[in-house]
Design a protein around this ligand. Sequence first.
Ligand SMILES: [Fe+2]
Length: 388
Amino acid sequence: MENKRKRILLVDDNMANLTMGKNMLKMFYEVYPMPSAEKLFDCLDRFIPDLILLDIEMPEIDGYEAIRRLKSKAVFADIPVIFLTSKCDAGSELAGLNLGAVDYVFKPFSAPLLLKRIETHLLFAQQKTELTLRNENLQAAVREKSRQVSKLETAVLNIVAELVEFRDSVTGGHVSRTQRYLQFLIEQLQEDGVYAEEISGWDLDFLLPSAQLHDVGKIAISDTILNKPGKLSEEEFDRMKAHVMIGVDAIERIEASTEEHEFLRHAKIIAGTHHEKWDGTGYPWGLSGGNIPLEGRLMAIADVYDALISARPYKKALSTADAEAVIEAGSGNHFDPALVAVFRKVADRFAETVRLYRDDPAEAQEEARRAPEGDEHVLIFERRRAAV
Ligand SMILES: [Fe+2]
């Protein structure tokens, strides 16, 4: 019963062969006789058969050319083709099989043998389809599992970043805002083709959320230093600087217990280099210029800008215009001049983000909610903040 529903195209320029073939096959299959390869391709525009029986010697398009065309189009390439021909030398048979035919049958043929071969190849094709489908289902299941694990990781990271932010007495939103700033800068870099080669290797779905760990080392810094209203002593400032290496160590420990991952690679670079300065006077490595990884140079601008517009126990918040001026003044000493030039172009987007968070935190949350999928971490973070 199953076989009767299978559709076979029989292609032969000899009408007697077509009639005989149809009579032989029609008890078991739906048979469509085609007197030429041109007619075969016309028919393929209407439906995809389960198998093609193909003559070789035909005028215009011969069987070899027909199978070449079939194999060159993905939509037809998997249709099993059996050559049915009077060319019974070994060279012709080999040529036919090399072109991708599943079988090669000489005329005159034994009807029961041909039927058996057709049945076998239809079974193979069906098993191949089932295997492909099973494979696709398996891949979908793995993707879903990975998505769930990724969501769980994001949620844990959000909580860690949140704990750091609350300990630092920073008025909310620093973590999510700095990610937005990074996104603005990177989008502009992409548009301008600046540092295009370095950026082309980045996946923002990993890089942007990785930035939230930039100050994770502050967990180990005492409250008296973090929230000191006055200026830090030299000793206290040294202790504060240690947050960079503490953060790097923490991320390395995560790396050691898992496989190398782009997310952790970016996270470590950002945590480890966001306090470096273009002129080499930053910490902890004292790197300068292009020796500072691009992620760290970008985060330096995002982090400093947000620190400037935020109120801290020891200072008031600057206006966005004043913060922009400080970033400009830092070009070539604190910051990469090429990145400051890019910042200039997106400074309005920075200011708009700040305005949104200052004026209407609920709208800021909504803005985060509208962020692309890669910014899901922002949404989760904001929801958590709203719930606290
Ligand atoms: Fe920091």
